[in-house]
Structure formats: structure tokens, C-alpha cells
Design a protein around this ligand. Structure first.
Ligand code: GLN
Length: 253
């Protein structure tokens, strides 16, 4: 029995799961287990009662507009408690459709406004075309201390969205787009960071290809639950690094 265990809430795993988003949860679980840290994953589906006080790390993936419309009202019911937990320091990762729903609103190409829960001070509006392709993001300038890795600062992933997400002034992006489109299609900024909560358009799966980010999420969740100073040994990430570097080289070519 591990002496430390994290609880990951996977929101709407059956409904929001595009381009391997589920792999993010697998990466979190395995990277905990490889270090002797327990990782319990609770699937929170539509209509499930869930006590977010138990949640150390919240994950929500992406989906088609229709899938988002199926979950949006249910998510709004959890909105207040999720916002409170984010203020407390809970760690969260939301990808694409999940990122949009953690913002304030998403106006779809059909003219329907889906409500978000306002963790991020941001709104999304569908554009006329889809933004599709590989992405490289430079997170090196982040002012968020907890995200700094001391080494790696690049993220690789894949995006496919119609939504253009505009962040309010003061809300920090996750990073600057090196290649790809990002939040607004113009290729300037990607994602958002609020407290320990990350929103991003990067599918991929994101965390297996960017193990440094997986570790920042896990280490921060451990600190929030158990305090600082706990052992967090490095892992052998040679294969993951190769995949990452190849994606960077391919995108820049
Ligand atoms: N339906 C949303 C959009 O097209 C999100 C897509 C996604 O999660 N890949 O913008």
C-alpha cells in the first residue's frame, strides 16, 4: 500500500475524449505508480454526484461541439465547487473542448452559446474554418513559478478546433506558439493558466509527449495534499524525450 495517494477526477471520460486525451490520465497514473505513489482515478460522468473536496487533480478532455453540449449543463452544476477548489489550489488540466467549457462561454458555429464555468476569464467563439495541425509551444516565459521546470519549457501536441479563445487582460496564456495556431488562430498565444489550473488546445496525448508537464502537475498536487519536501524521484524519460524532440523537429521543418 503506497503511503501517499492522489485522487484524479476524470470528468466526462466517455463523452469528452478526442485524439487520445485519455492518455493524459494514463500518464498521470503510471508516472505516480513508477514512483510508488498511489493514483486513484474516479470517473465523473453526467449526473454523477462527486465530492470535489476529494479531488487532487481534475482532468477534462476535448470533444465535438455536440459532445460539449451534452455535458455543459451538468458541468455548470459543479461550477461553484470547482471554482472554490481551484481557488484553494486544486490542480486541473483541461484540453480543447474542456478548456472552452472551463472558460465563460463557447459560441458554436451553429450560433448556440454553451455556458462555461468561468474558471478562466475567457470566451470562445467559433471561427469559419478549423484550426488543425501539430503545435509547438514555448512556455519559457511563464510567470507561474509552479510551472517552471528548470529545464524543459516546450510543449508539443496536436490541435483541431473551430473555437477562437480570447483571454481577458491579466489572464496568462500557457505559452507562446512556435508553430501552429493556438488560442486565436493567429499563432501568438496558446492556452491559459489560472492558479494551478491549465487550459490548452493541445491533444496528443499531451502528457505522454511532455513528461515535464505531467510531473509539474503531479508534484504540485502532492504539495497541495501532503505539503512540500516529499521525495519525487526523476524517471527514465529517454523515450518520451525522443518522441518530444522528434515532434519539435517535424513541426519546425
Ligand atoms: N468543439 C470544439 C471546437 O471545435 C472543441 C474541439 C476539440 O475539443 N478538439 O472548437
Amino acid at each position: 500500500m503506497p503511503d501517499r495517494e492522489l485522487t484524479v477526477f476524470h470528468l466526462y471520460a466517455d463523452t469528452l475524449n478526442l485524439y487520445g486525451d485519455f492518455g493524459n490520465v494514463q500518464a498521470l497514473r503510471r508516472r505516480c505508480e513508477w514512483r510508488g505513489i498511489g493514483c486513484r482515478v474516479e470517473n465523473v460522468g453526467i449526473g454523477h454526484a462527486a465530492d470535489f473536496r476529494d479531488c487532487d487533480l481534475l482532468f477534462v478532455g476535448g470533444g465535438q461541439d455536440r459532445a460539449q453540449s451534452l455535458v455543459a449543463d451538468d458541468l455548470v452544476k459543479h461550477g461553484e465547487v470547482i471554482r472554490e477548489r481551484v481557488e484553494d489550489g486544486m490542480v486541473a488540466l483541461a484540453v480543447c473542448g474542456g478548456f472552452q467549457l472551463l472558460g465563460r462561454s463557447f459560441l458554436t458555429s451553429e450560433g448556440v452559446t454553451l455556458p462555461g464555468i468561468g474558471v478562466f476569464a475567457a470566451d470562445t467563439v467559433a471561427g469559419t474554418g478549423r484550426l488543425i495541425g501539430d503545435v509547438v509551444v514555448d512556455c519559457g516565459a511563464t510567470p507561474h513559478e509552479w510551472l517552471r521546470d528548470g529545464g524543459d519549457a516546450t510543449l508539443v501536441g496536436f490541435e483541431n478546433h473551430s473555437g477562437h479563445t480570447r483571454l481577458d487582460p491579466g489572464l496568462e496564456p500557457l505559452g507562446r506558439v512556435v508553430c501552429g495556431y493556438g488560442n486565436e488562430g493567429a499563432g501568438s498565444f496558446e492556452g491559459a493558466v489560472y492558479r494551478h489550473c491549465i487550459g490548452t488546445y493541445l491533444h496528443g496525448s499531451l502528457l505522454p509527449k511532455n513528461p515535464w508537464l505531467a510531473d509539474r502537475l503531479i508534484a504540485t498536487a502532492l504539495e497541495q495534499r501532503f505539503g512540500t519536501g516529499a521525495p519525487f524521484p526523476p524517471l527514465d524519460d529517454r523515450l518520451e524525450r525522443l518522441a518530444h524532440e522528434r515532434a519539435v523537429a517535424h513541426c519546425r521543418a
